[in-house]
Design a protein around this ligand. Structure first.
Ligand code: BGC
Length: 245
């Protein structure tokens, strides 16, 4: 069974049909840069274009980088503020003509990892953190997600954690791997002190380069890179949309 997974991010919107039994993409990913400003209508038009590209008429799972409750965006940290209060799920249904499920991007990545990735069949407390434009979080307790956790906004030294330790900040401040890893380490230690997890999974594009920064971490918890890497959002969104069938 195939479902179209679409991942809306701060810089790009990408999609591909996913075989939800195997977690494999059944066609090459199609990516379009996120429109500027990233207002709901413009973003929804891009999602519709991706849907047409695949000549898709079936269910769609779509991620969004914000708190999503019943299809409505309640925050907008790295996208246009006009998203707050917008029923994105309804808008995307109208624009694509398909059944759509909208969910938080890190929650989607977490689903992908729990089913096909680093935490398959893991019990206990598993925390996935995506280090990208922002920091996304997904927490699973014995395989069950606590949605919309938003731990990228934890306060560290008077700032949102994602404004100190995201991959965007590493690039913007031209930090060395070691300098950046120290900041991520402080964040991980804080998460440890609050949640005492059994496993951390690090996702986001930068997780491909984990050899460059994991070695600087000084934490108690087992830590692994995400297996589904850049595709986690697409795969997890498709998995979550299974409930539309
Ligand atoms: C948002 C989260 C999102 C994360 C990763 C944060 O700024 O508040 O909802 O999961 O970025 O995109």
């Amino acid at each position: 069974m195939e479902i179209l997974g679409i991942d809306i991010g701060g810089s790009g919107i990408k999609g591909a049909p996913v075989n939800i039994e195997t977690g494999e993409l059944t066609s090459d990913r199609y990516r379009i840069p996120t429109p500027e400003p990233s207002v709901p209508e413009a973003v929804a038009d891009v999602v519709a274009k991706i849907t047409r590209h695949f000549e898709w008429t079936g269910p769609i799972g779509c991620t969004f980088p914000a708190v999503i409750k019943n299809g409505v965006a309640l925050t907008a940290a790295n996208v246009d503020n006009t998203w707050i209060g917008t029923n994105g799920q309804k808008l995307l249904r109208e624009k694509t003509g398909c059944p759509v499920l909208l969910l938080n991007d890190a929650d989607a990545a977490g689903f992908a990892e729990m089913k096909f990735g680093a935490s398959q069949d893991r019990t206990g407390v598993v925390i996935l953190l995506t280090l990208g434009t922002g920091i996304g979080s997904a927490i699973f307790v014995n395989g069950v997600l606590v949605p919309n956790t938003e731990f990228g906004h934890l306060d560290i030294r008077g700032k949102d954690a994602e404004n100190r330790a995201s991959d965007r900040i590493r690039k913007a401040e031209d930090l060395s791997w070691k300098e950046w890893a120290k900041r991520v380490n402080e964040y991980l230690q804080r998460m440890e002190a609050l949640f005492w997890p059994d496993l951390f999974i690090i996702g986001g594009g930068v997780s491909k380069k984990h050899e460059k920064f994991f070695r600087y971490f000084d934490i108690k918890t087992e830590i692994v890179p995400a297996k589904t890497l850049n595709e986690a959002g697409i795969i997890g969104a498709a998995l979550a949309a299974k409930m539309l069938l």
